[in-house]
Design a protein around this ligand. Structure first.
Ligand SMILES: Cc1cc2nc3c(=O)[nH]c(=O)nc-3n(C[C@H](O)[C@H](O)[C@H](O)COP(=O)(O)O)c2cc1C
Length: 172
């Protein structure tokens, strides 16, 4: 017998990413996202679904830019902090100790502790429901040299359905 389920539970596990937005020299923020995936190779496009009422949505709309930072599994604690708190209430760089560095082509900071960075310029914005889907053109992509050359094996951050996020605040 098959029973009705919450469809999202069956989409996991997923990779986790840390998206940075805003300005290195002004207000900036970090949001944990799992709804983040490539949607075109040529042109290079990444789509990220960001909460309709999130602080990150405001910053991304203001600058038209964001950075997808790729964390290793070692940053799980920081990822969950960024996923449970809003930048409208707390400075997540200060609270997590993650280090902001200037982006190469965008105003948003990158996260020094992450392994790779995709700097994106928003090319389309789609209202999907409780999320806004930002489609960004990758204008610069770079990674730690030994990772780019596949000299080290990395365990990327990923995980199961974050029940706490969905139950407490996924409608943000
Ligand atoms: C592992 C994980 C994955 C998440 N994935 C998403 C996501 O794909 N999209 C989203 O809008 N929120 C996602 N969240 C929740 C946001 O990170 C959370 O709502 C955050 O507090 C919003 O921050 P902000 O208000 O500073 O933008 C996720 C949280 C966690 C812990």
């Amino acid at each position: 017998m098959k029973v009705e389920v919450e469809y999202l539970e069956f989409m996991w596990p997923m990779r986790h990413f840390l998206i940075t937005c805003g300005e290195f020299s002004g207000a900036s923020n970090i949001i944990a996202v799992s709804f983040c995936f490539p949607v075109s190779k040529n042109p290079p496009l990444i789509a990220c679904a960001v909460g309709r009422n999130s602080y990150s949505r405001k910053l991304i709309e203001k600058t038209g830019e964001f950075v997808v930072n790729v964390p290793s599994a070692r940053l799980k604690k920081e990822i969950y902090f960024c996923g449970y708190h809003s930048g409208s209430e707390v400075d997540k760089f200060k609270a997590t100790g993650l280090t902001p560095l200037p982006g190469r082509k965008v105003k948003a900071p990158i996260i020094a502790e992450c392994l790779a960075h995709m700097e994106c310029r928003v090319s389309q914005e789609v209202e999907t429901g409780d999320k806004i889907l930002f489609i960004g053109e990758v204008i610069e992509a770079y990674a730690e040299e030994e990772i780019a050359q596949k000299k080290v094996k990395v365990e990327y951050a990923s995980g199961d359905f974050p029940r706490k996020v969905y139950s407490l605040r996924f409608l943000r």
